[in-house]
Design a protein around this ligand. Structure first.
Ligand code: UDP
Length: 319
């Protein structure tokens, strides 16, 4: 296939490029670099199966030649208001890429008869009242809350994807992606894993927001990309959760990271920087992914962290 990846220089987008090229597809990457990083795809320059365009997909998408599939992975994704790369500080771009960017991708798919994969998110469940979250759960979101620019853009993107599927017969898929970590995450986006790994590797205390009793379920990037690729090859049009169901409190995660890295500096508790609306519990029910895609995560937290450490060490000049 000849596949367009939006957000190709981002954390997930760049890993998708690698996966699809390894599977012998041709890849066209696009990114405007507002949160993506050219370093993430630098190793692909010179690959004759890879083309890259610097472009904001919220404005227009022009790809010369045939396109067989579009994977829409462009979007800011960190909720941290203290980082310039967090979506609270990029609210208009976040809403535009979720809404107008998705519209442009779907228009291209319709014109080309291409299949479409939307990178949706566990954030569409908001601060969930159902636990673990199944795809049938409608969510608990605040349309004017501090995370609304992301949640509502992705909810709109899902609705638009279903509209193009049902009304125009576009061959669409929706991946609801839960917390994912691994090499190529931005060090400065203020998310859990980049913050904790940097702090641990530098021998500093880990900043736990609130009392650390809220939970997350973290998936290693290679597992996630495998799930997305299986979804692309499937015929499933309804949303599918892709994530690791092993749930831990933020406190347990921080303690595990300190143990794995060998950091003796411990933890400090900080006022929750995320202004309320920090979802209290998050855990995917992946029954559908197991049944439909024959997919489940294989990499443990400890193994995933060990595979991520060399990237952070290199970026921090510690390698
Ligand atoms: N968190 C934390 N310390 C940090 C960064 C994040 O305690 O330095 C917490 C944050 O409050 C949230 C969880 O870790 O409960 C995951 O945060 P992240 O920013 O990775 O994204 P989210 O899962 O909220 O979208």
């Amino acid at each position: 296939m000849r596949i367009l990846i939006t957000g190709a220089a981002g954390f997930l987008g760049s890993h998708l490029c690698d996966c699809l090229l390894a599977e012998d597809h041709e890849v066209v990457g696009m990114d405007n670099f507002i949160t993506g990083n050219p370093d993430n795809i630098a190793h692909l320059s010179g690959n004759r199966k890879f083309t890259f365009y610097r472009n904001d997909v919220s404005n227009y998408i022009l790809v010369p030649g045939r396109v067989d599939a579009v994977l829409h992975f462009a979007s800011p994704a960190s909720p941290n208001p203290n980082s310039p790369f967090g979506y609270p500080n990029l609210p208009i771009q976040t809403m535009k890429v979720g809404a107008l960017g998705t519209h442009n991708c779907l228009g291209l798919c319709r014109a080309q008869g291409a299949r479409f994969v939307l990178a949706s998110t566990s954030e569409i469940y908001g601060d969930p009242l159902e636990h673990p979250q199944k795809e049938t759960y409608w969510g608990h979101t605040d349309p004017v809350g501090p995370r609304s620019m992301y949640d509502e853009a992705k909810r709109f993107a899902e609705a638009l994807t279903m509209a193009y599927h049902n009304y125009h017969n576009v061959n669409t898929r929706i991946a609801r992606i839960f917390n994912t970590y691994g090499p190529r995450m931005r060090l400065d986006d203020g998310r859990l894993m980049p913050n904790f790994l940097q702090q641990a590797l530098q021998g500093k205390p880990l900043t736990v927001y609130g009392d650390g009793s809220h939970t997350r379920s973290l998936c290693y990037v290679d597992d996630l990309i495998d799930g997305i690729y299986r979804l692309l090859l499937s015929d499933e049009h309804l949303p599918v959760n892709i994530g690791n169901p092993v749930e831990m409190t933020v406190l347990e995660l921080a303690e595990s990271i300190n143990r794995i890295v060998g950091n003796k500096a411990g933890l400090i508790f900080e006022k929750n920087a995320q202004l309320g609306n920090d979802p209290q519990r998050r855990q995917p029910d992946i029954t559908r992914a197991r049944e439909i895609l024959d997919w489940g995560p294989k990499i443990s937290l400890e193994e995933g962290i060990r595979q991520t450490i060399p990237y952070f060490k290199k970026k921090l000049g510690l390698a």
